[in-house]
Ligand binder design. Structure first.
Ligand SMILES: Nc1ncnc2c1ncn2[C@@H]1O[C@H](COP(=O)(O)OP(=O)(O)OP(=O)(O)O)[C@@H](O)[C@H]1O
Ligand SMILES: [Mg+2]
Length: 532
C-alpha cells in the first residue's frame, strides 16, 4: 500500500468516525431543540387561544348563564372579526345548537356534543392539536376549551386558528436552524479534519519511515513526542531501526571482507591458472625433453649393459679358452721337443697340426657361441626352456667349474614357452653370474646353484637358488633398480637385474621376482607358455 493510500485510509477512517460522531450528537441535539422550539410555539398559540377563550367567557358569562344565544353570537362574531388569527370559532352548547362563526360569516349548526357526553358529568380539559379542517379545507390549530359556569359544564369553545403565524415562526426557526446546521456541518468538518489529522499523523509518520526503511534508508527516525501507545511504539520503532542499522553495517562490513577475500582468491586462482597455462604450454616441450632424456639414458644403459656383458663375455671366453690354450701350448712344446730330440717326422707333424687345428676350431666355436648368444632376437618365437638354459650353461659352465661351484639341475619335463630365447638365456646368465659372484664374495666353500623348471596354469617357471647367504632385507626391494650394486667399483654396474626385469616383464609379459631361502637367494622367472 502506498503512503498516499495509507494516509487516505487511516485519515479517512478517523475523519469519518469523528465526523459521524459529532454529526450524530449535533443532529440529536438539533432535533431536540427543534422539537422543544416547536412545542414552545404551540404553547404560545395555545396560551393565546386560552386567553381569547377566557376573555369570551368572561365577557359572556351572564349571557351564557341565561343562554342568550343572540348576545353570545353578537359578541363572538365581533370578537372573530377583530382577532384575525381566528379562522373559525364554534361555540358548542350542551343545551342548544352550535354557533359557527367565521370572518364575515356565521351559522347555526346542529349540536356537536355527543348524547353520552351530555348525560355524563365529567371533568373536561382543554385540548389542542394541529389538524385538517374540513370546512376550511386546510390545516389549522385546533383548540377546544371547556366552558364551566358555576361548576357546570356549559359547553365548548372550539377555536380553529390560522397557522400563518405558526408557520412563519417555524420557517424563521428552520431558516435559523439551516444556517446553524451549515455552520455546524462545516465546523464539524474542520474539527473532524483536525482531530483526524492529529490522530493519524504519528501513524502516517511511522508508515512513512517504514517505507523509507523498506527502500533501504535507515537514516530517518520517528519524531513523535506523545506519551501514549503511539509514542511508546515510536520509541520501540526507533530502537528497532538502530539495531537494524547496526546489523546492516556489520553485514556490509562482512560483505566487503568476503568480497575482498573472494577477489584475493580470484586473483590467486587467475595466477594459478596462468601458471598452469604456461606449464601446460611448456608441458609438451618438457615431456618431449624428458622423453629424449630418458631415451638417451636408456641408450646409455644399453651401452653400459653391453659393455658389462662384453666384460663378462671376455671373462667367460678366457675361462673357456684356458683349457684348449694349455693344450695348444703342450702341442707346440711337443713339436719343439721332438725337433730337438730329432724325432720329428711327417706323421708326428701331421698329428700335431691336426690336434692344433681341433683346438683352434673349438676356440673359434666358443667365440661363435658367444656371438650368437648376444645377438638379440628380432621376433617373438617359441622355445624350449631347457635348451635356452643349457645355452647359458655353455657360456658360464667352465667359469663355475673353475671356481668349484656345483651346478645342480634336472630337466625331465619339456616346457615350451614363448618369447625371445637369446634374451631369456642372457637373463639366466645374469642370475647365475650374480649367484657365482655372491658365492665367491662370501667365500662359500661348497658353492652350489640349483635350477628347477616347472609349468603351472599358463606359465613356465624357472627357479634358481644358491647358497650364498641371501640378500639383506634392507636392499632386497632395490636390487632391480638401475645402477643399484653392492659390488666394488669396476666389478659391477648394477644394471644386470634391471635389464633382466625389463626383458622378462616388458618384452616377454612374464615376471621376475626374488626371495630369500634358508641358504641363499632364490630368483623365479615366469614366462608365458606356448599354447598351440
Ligand atoms: N644371488 C645373489 N645373492 C646375493 N646378492 C645378490 C644376488 N643377486 C644379486 N644380488 C645383489 O643385487 C645387486 C644388483 O645385482 P645386479 O646384477 O643388478 O648388479 P651387479 O651384479 O652388482 O652388477 P652387474 O651390472 O655387473 O650385474 C648386486 O650388487 C648384489 O648386491
Ligand atoms: Mg649382476
Amino acid at each position: 500500500m502506498s503512503i498516499k493510500n495509507f494516509k487516505n485510509t487511516i485519515f479517512l477512517k478517523v475523519f469519518l468516525l469523528i465526523f459521524m460522531a459529532i454529526f450524530l450528537v449535533l443532529s440529536i441535539f438539533s432535533y431536540e431543540v427543534t422539537r422543544l422550539q416547536k412545542e414552545s410555539i404551540l404553547e404560545t398559540i395555545q396560551s393565546q387561544a386560552k386567553s381569547m377563550a377566557d376573555s369570551i367567557i368572561f365577557s359572556n358569562s351572564e349571557f351564557m348563564i341565561i343562554d342568550d344565544e343572540i348576545k353570545i353570537l353578537e359578541f363572538v362574531y365581533d370578537f372573530v372579526q377583530v382577532n384575525k388569527v381566528i379562522e373559525q370559532l364554534i361555540v358548542s352548547r350542551r343545551n342548544g345548537n352550535d354557533l359557527l362563526i367565521q370572518v364575515n360569516k356565521w351559522e347555526l349548526k346542529e349540536n356537536t356534543i355527543k348524547v353520552d357526553d351530555k348525560d355524563q358529568v365529567k371533568e373536561e380539559k382543554e385540548r389542542y392539536s394541529i389538524g385538517f379542517s374540513k370546512s376550511l379545507n386546510k390545516n389549522v390549530f385546533k383548540y377546544s376549551y371547556p366552558v364551566y359556569l358555576t361548576a357546570i359544564h356549559w359547553g365548548w369553545l372550539h377555536f380553529e386558528l390560522s397557522l400563518d403565524e405558526y408557520n412563519k415562526k417555524l420557517n424563521s426557526m428552520y431558516n435559523q436552524f439551516l444556517l446553524l446546521a451549515i455552520i455546524i456541518f462545516f465546523s464539524t468538518l474542520i474539527v473532524s479534519f483536525l482531530i483526524a489529522k492529529m490522530v493519524s499523523r504519528p501513524i502516517v509518520k511511522l508508515e512513512e519511515i517504514s517505507e523509507k526503511i523498506y527502500s533501504g534508508d535507515l537514516s530517518k527516525r520517528v519524531n513523535v513526542k506523545s506519551t501514549d501507545e503511539i509514542g511508546k511504539l515510536s520509541i520501540t520503532f526507533n530502537k528497532m531501526i538502530d539495531r537494524l542499522e547496526k546489523s546492516q553495517l556489520e553485514l556490509r562490513k562482512s560483505h566487503f571482507q568476503l568480497e575482498s577475500r573472494v577477489q584475493e582468491r580470484t586473483d590467486e586462482l587467475e595466477n594459478k591458472s596462468k601458471q598452469l597455462k604456461e606449464l601446460n604450454d611448456n608441458l609438451e616441450s618438457r615431456v618431449q625433453d624428458e622423453i629424449s632424456k630418458r631415451q638417451k639414458q636408456e641408450q646409455l644403459l644399453i651401452q653400459q649393459s653391453k659393455l658389462a656383458a662384453m666384460g663378462e663375455m671376455i671373462g667367460n671366453i678366457a675361462h673357456q679358452w684356458r683349457q684348449p690354450l694349455n693344450a695348444l701350448g703342450l702341442v707346440i712344446q711337443n713339436i719343439q721337443l721332438s725337433y730337438m730330440m730329432d724325432e720329428m717326422n711327417e706323421e708326428f707333424l701331421d698329428k700335431s697340426v691336426e690336434k692344433a687345428n681341433l683346438l683352434t676350431k673349438s676356440m673359434s666355436k666358443t667365440i661363435d657361441d658367444f656371438r650368437n648368444f648376444f645377438k638379440p632376437n628380432k621376433e617373438i618365437t617359441e622355445f624350449k626352456l631347457d635348451v635356452a638354459i643349457n645355452n647359458s650353461f655353455e657360456l658360464i659352465g667352465s667359469t663355475l667349474n673353475h671356481n668349484n661351484i656345483e651346478l645342480e639341475y634336472d630337466f625331465n619335463e619339456e616346457i615350451v614357452v614363448i618369447g625371445f630365447p637369446n634374451e631369456f638365456s642372457q637373463v639366466i646368465l645374469n642370475i647365475l653370474t650374480n649367484s657365482k659372484d655372491a658365492i665367491l664374495e662370501n667365500k662359500i666353500k661348497n658353492g652350489k646353484i640349483t635350477l628347477e623348471i616347472k609349468k603351472c596354469s599358463d606359465y613356465g617357471y624357472v627357479t634358481i637358488k644358491d647358497n650364498a647367504g641371501g640378500i639383506a632385507l634392507n636392499i632386497i626391494n632395490k636390487i632391480f633398480d638401475p645402477y643399484f650394486t653392492t659390488k666394488e667399483e669396476g666389478k659391477g654396474t648394477g644394471i644386470g637385474l634391471y635389464m633382466s626385469k625389463i626383458i622378462i616383464e616388458k618384452n616377454m609379459n612374464g615376471q621376475l621376482s626374488v626371495d630369500n631361502t634358508n641358504l641363499g637367494a632364490m630368483f623365479t622367472v615366469k614366462v608365458p607358455l606356448c599354447i598351440i
